[in-house]
Design a protein around this ligand. Sequence first.
Ligand code: ADP
Ligand code: MG
Length: 701
Amino acid sequence: MSTNILDTSIEYLKGVGPKRAAMLKKEIGVHTFGDLLQYYPFRYIDKSKIHTVSEIRPDLAYVQLKGTISNVRKLGKPRSQRLTAMLSDDTGSIELVWFKGIKWLEGKFRPNVEYVVFGKPSLFNNKYNIAHPEVELPDEDNMSLSQVLVGHYSETETLRTRGLSSRNISKLMKTLLLKVEGSIAETLSPDIIDKLSLLSKADALQNIHFPKNQELLRKAQARLKFEELFFIQLRLLKQKAGRQEDVEGHSFRKVGEYTNEFYKQHLSFELTNAQKKVIREIRADMGSGKQMNRLLQGDVGSGKTLVALMAMLIALDNDFQACMMAPTEILANQHYATISRMTEPMGLRVELLTGSTKAAKRKQIHEDLRSGELQIIIGTHALLEESVKFKNLGLSVIDEQHRFGVAQRARLYYKNIVPPHILVMTATPIPRTLAITLYGDLDFSVIDELPPGRKPVKTFHFFDSKRLRLFGFMKEQIAAGRQVYVVYPLIHESEKLDLKDLMDGYESISRAFPLPDYPISIVHGKLKQEAKDYEMNRFIKGETKIMVATTVIEVGVDIPNASVMVIENAERFGLSQLHQLRGRVGRGADQSYCILMSGNKLSEEAKVRLKTMVDTTDGFMIAETDLKLRGPGDMAGTQQSGIVDLKIANLLRDEKILKYARSLAQEILDNDPLLRSKENAILARTLQALNKYQPDWGAIS
Ligand code: ADP
Ligand code: MG
């Protein structure tokens, strides 16, 4: 039974009650005392700093002014009334304005009294004013007067207008901290607290909300950030250790004939050093007797397929079968084509299984998988079906990881009594800090080098007014034998509009590129799969010169002769999407181009995105910029995880703390894998409590 006071419903905090409780739950997810304690200020305001009116600039987030208040007037009709007043100091005056609470405020201001006024200045009709400033009335018993650093809580519009402004939240926090004083349990072991000279949990919470000074604020932040990151890492690493402990894996002891023959006789190019390194890592894992769970990251075109093939050959050398799953039929087709071509001289049985595999063929495949005659199977989700059974599956490769859900991945585990090794491949570069937070229980391999001789894609940004130049350029390229993609954005809210954009674009392209010289393919989400595949195949075969499409071609498609990527409304794409799209070209020997088309009006963020694309082809740099622009919550593949919903730590700024937290968690688990020792009991308890509150945690791996 839980008797922890922190579990008390927020409704019962003095000053809250049922109505406000409902609002707190809905608006900011605060249900309990404990939740509110973890609602940390996002900014601190130094109340010891007094600005002058003459210092006001538009970029100041807030100002604190001291002066007299005069000219208090009610303006407007009764229903849309506002109250205005002038605040004056030695350097000038500024208007204050209120739209609410007018009655209460009206008679409050006395002449010749100095007030302290606090708020955000904004420019209105070329004059500054402050809307709804906080005014410290001389007769008010004011907590912030004794408080130099005042925490500012993020307030939603609803909260603010219903009496739960940052200031009100601060008052509730004060009440709460008094109430729970003495019942805030420590969550870290004395060892760790000592070693890192951390504040106690209780002191940290006190000072994060009401810092006594800068130094204590800094220490409170350090303690809470460390704790947050530490427990995430402890959980992930414990899970990983647990799996290695419990889950026996197939031991691929030898590198045999298939691998050797392929490597010596059929590989037409030298592996890059990065590929060699990664293959060594995979080999060591698969030979260890423990089950492999490895994430292989490599930018588009870095040669992941070959690595996957080598890993599959090792499985075959040890008399196991291997499978490879791709998120779309087209991709599965492509992998199938590549892999059967490469392995053909060795006489391997490779088959393709997708939704459109005919019944008779499907039946044969099922049988041959069970008998073991079929060694490599490549496919889509169709592989996950119950009816797909293997004689002895040893390795599952999953391509383009972020398209598959966790649950689907897990289903591949159960295709053998001893689970197969799992190799997850992704081309979405994730900054390392994010990767160890999201996939900290997997091992990582990174291919950080492209095959030699690749010409980086040349990227240009054109405004729409340069369309004629664009068309001219496309014609030159087509005349030289190349093919061109033209991609339109897809915005989910309005499929109709999207389709209209696409069709308008298609029409204007058809006019500028008439038949018979310029056969055009068009692919979009409204087409049936068959029609899509048909159009795609015409383009793959070179029968059409231009492919007009929505983003359906984003993932994995490899057409070396298509060397121009035109992205329409490029300002509407996210960075990682732009990078993925650009990765569709630059796969052949020819110089490739990416042309970003946009309107003239661009937001600051859009400008940064387009400039980043023009400036670099480095996927990791692009991912870092993306993370900076958007924050980790929105990165591809992380949406469902919730795990990057950090309350205080920041994956970009707190990289050092994160690395330290991970290494300390590892050290502790190395000595005490199950956290059974007396010193670590407190950590085990905290972890258990966290798991209880975040049931999702267990499901992610
Ligand atoms: P991705 O990592 O995007 O899946 P692929 O595996 O499709 O990349 O490889 C892209 C292209 O590079 C393929 O045509 C492949 O044959 C080629 N390739 C892979 N490794 C090498 C290498 N070491 N040297 C030269 N070409 C390579
Ligand atoms: Mg690929």
